[in-house]
Write a protein that binds this ligand. Sequence first.
Ligand code: PHE
Length: 509
Amino acid sequence: MASDMTAQILDSLSKSDAPLLSNEAYPSIPSLNIKSALDRLGSRQMIEYETLEKDVVVLTPEGEEIANNGSHEAKVFAAVVAALDGLKISDLPGIVGKDNAKVGQGNCFKRGWIKKDNDKLRATQESIVDETREQLLTVQRTQTLDDSKALADLKRRKLVSLSKDIHYKFSKGPKYAKEFVKEETDLTPEMIASGAWKTVQLKPYNFNAKGAHTPSGALHPLNKVRSEFRNIFFEMGFTEMPTNRFVETGFWNFDALFVPQQHPARDLQDTFYIADPLTADPPREDPANDPHLPKAAKPLDYQKYWDNVHDVHEKGKFGSIGYRYPWNADESLRLVLRTHTTSISAYMLHKLAADPRPARLFSIDRVFRNEAVDATHLAEFHQIEGVIADFGLTLGGLIGFMEVFFAKMGIHQLRFKPAYNPYTEPSMEIFGYHEGLGKWVEIGNSGMFRPEMLESMGIPKNMQVYGWGLSLERPTMIKYGVSNIRELLGHKVDLGFIESNPAVRLEKE
Ligand SMILES: N[C@@H](Cc1ccccc1)C(=O)O
């Protein structure tokens, strides 16, 4: 025990003013035990010590066996000499054992100690020097061997191995005492009352001790990455959109975004529809008393907006020829779990139309898709979405903005690929070069919202709106090295993973 060890060390030193060596004083005590006692005494200046490290050669169990009983070849030689008229080769294993026979015979031939005579082995000399054994005995005694060639040979034959011998040279320190006084860890009212505080030994603080782990709540990695993204948006002058509605009408999720009613995204296999209630009212003025909803600068004409959406789909408007299909109002009133937060962007932009002025908006929240769940897809995930409305915006501006935005996440090389969204034209997929992964990864989708969408709301022709979106899970998985999305979100998440992960920085590493 460590406390016995401290007493032992103090006792040894009481008999000696000269420094002592731990390997001599306590040859059989593991150096780890000695060290912890030395540290304990050293921190109180009762002793001083230094660590001595030495490379030593030690025998392996096989080397040990040879040092004690002789080498394979010596055993074989002895057996051959003992047989007066040569030894039958087939008898050898029975006498010296299978292993000795195999290795020993070869070595005897190599050294010229024996020769083959038909099926017999005969000795060529009367005696031999068992050099291997001599060398091993030297190693056993001195823990080293001067003949480096021989040493290398023993190592190759796995008869010896190199190891480090650690021991300590210790001597009395300035506060040496024969007894280790019990130290108080707390100053108590009793000590103060009795005056004992003047004489008690207080235990020194151990500033190197790690604090006890206190179980506590921890932020989910997704929340940590989310707050990094929020900071980027705030830094760039964006305000956050109110995303507190998971259920939307088809109108806001699709029709307002010029997604035709036959679009495959609206199919049951892609979108979750609400069964009860099945439908909602057509868009109308928000309740005035809800503090969470954004206020439009002036009352909006919802009937006109509804009619515009109807017309732009069915027969075209604002210079567009439309989709030319019979637009169904009921389809637009069906309730869905929102499939993207672009429904919120549409809602916010139509509020902006009451008083069109430059705006920068963002949101980060949950969306739902009727996906087959696998390692990279869940039926619910989070979308990061940004919108910039301004006069005279061009595609070049969107590309330039994306470069600044993604650079803040540590992605400095971007590529843009033409894409298609029903609500943006042109549309671009964004690829970023991921330094950590060393490859191009798809990081987002973007575009300029279509006039069919914007003008139906009343956004003037000379105002353009950029929009882009990306998933929150993707960068989080890359950042935390998670390859299965189910480890990040849902009922399979390991709380230990959540607790032990550090705060996130989005810079490249
Ligand atoms: N809604 C798109 C993202 C996006 C938003 C705005 C404009 C363009 C694209 C998506 O689901 O991926």
